[in-house]
Design a protein around this ligand. Structure first.
Ligand SMILES: NC(=O)c1ccc[n+]([C@@H]2O[C@H](COP(=O)([O-])OP(=O)(O)OC[C@H]3O[C@@H](n4cnc5c(N)ncnc54)[C@H](OP(=O)(O)O)[C@@H]3O)[C@@H](O)[C@H]2O)c1
Length: 289
């Protein structure tokens, strides 16, 4: 029997499920695991899963993505997002597999306003979630070997996920007033485009290390909300403004987290689509499932 192509963690999450779908479309074999089959806190489960599946590459999408929840127990966040990733990386090395770890713009503090973060920018996370993901990055990058990657992305949305477009549309359609933050700017990223980027890296195996993978363009959450309504034929609904300070969430988010995607663009020979184009495709997909 031929070797499994990809072991995908977070298989039930909004990104993992699309990675699995698209990998199958490319003729690749995948094994998807989530909390049930391989709890990230459980090193035995990780060792056993990786040792039995023996994939060519691990695509690690699984994580505790409850950003505010992570503030309540930073040590638990570090275990799930940080130490487990390091252990998974070690397990991958143990069987000679590669690894792609999906990380986040939240490793940055957002203070370099106006200048996109490059792969060489120094992380300085503001939140427990950001810290735990950075820890995970270090666990992967420590190996500095061919086939080992950290792909940072941002503001992820896609059909089937719990995400910002869904929250905005639900509120708008239920007639609740909308107020959205104006002073955080980033790059919305669609799962389908991100999955394509991940699978291109998996197949093309460019130089190892960090890549930034986000849709092109940038916007504030407020601009994103307005676009979601406009593209859904709900442009007449007013979106009020507020600041991050008004919202006062438990976890601090970067005010600016535009990722410089040039290394990925050069490696793939093409840029990711603009976020507004991605949003249109997303809305079409959820309207015609
Ligand atoms: N969403 C974003 O805006 C965003 C932005 C930047 C980077 N990322 C990164 O992108 C990756 C994919 O995110 P996503 O949006 O697809 O997140 P998601 O929908 O929350 O998927 C993550 C999956 O991991 C599972 N999981 C949670 N805790 C686990 C544990 N202890 N053991 C095993 N599995 C566990 C989740 O299960 P439950 O649903 O049952 O918890 C879920 O199925 C993550 O690494 C995330 O950090 C996401």
């Amino acid at each position: 029997m031929s070797q499994l192509d990809y072991l995908v963690t977070g298989a039930l999450g909004q990104l993992g499920r699309i990675v699995i779908q698209k990998a199958a479309q490319r003729g690749k074999t995948t094994l998807g695991v989530d909390l049930q089959e391989m709890p990230l806190e459980d090193q035995d489960a990780i060792r056993k899963t990786v040792g039995t599946a023996r994939p060519k590459l691990v695509i690690h999408c699984g994580a505790n993505t409850n950003v505010d929840g992570c503030e309540k127990d930073p040590a638990a966040a570090d275990r799930v997002n940080g130490h487990a990733t390091a252990f998974l990386a070690e397990s991958a090395v143990g069987i000679g597999a590669g690894m792609i770890y999906i990380s986040t713009d939240f490793v940055f503090d957002g203070k370099q306003h106006g200048v996109p973060y490059t792969i060489d920018s120094e992380p300085a996370p503001l939140s427990a979630y950001g810290h735990s993901k950075w820890l995970g990055e270090q666990g992967v990058l420590r190996h500095a070997r061919p086939g080992f990657y950290v792909l940072r992305t941002s503001w992820v949305f896609g059909p089937g996920g719990k995400n910002f477009p869904r929250a905005i549309l639900e509120r708008a359609r239920s007639g609740q007033p909308l107020k959205v933050v104006t002073d955080q700017v980033g790059r919305p990223t669609m799962t389908h485009d991100l999955a394509d980027a991940i699978l291109d890296v998996a197949e093309q195996r460019p130089a190892p290390g960090i890549y930034h993978a986000s849709n092109e363009g940038q916007c504030s959450w407020h601009e994103f909300a307005v676009a979601i309504l406009q593209e859904s034929g709900l442009g007449h609904i007013q979106v009020g403004t507020q600041t991050a300070a008004d919202l006062n969430l438990p976890a601090k988010r970067p005010a600016w987290s535009v990722l410089d995607t040039s290394r990925l663009t050069a490696a793939r020979g093409k840029a990711m689509p603009h976020w507004r184009d991605a949003l249109r495709r997303h809305l079409q997909m959820i309207a015609n499932p």
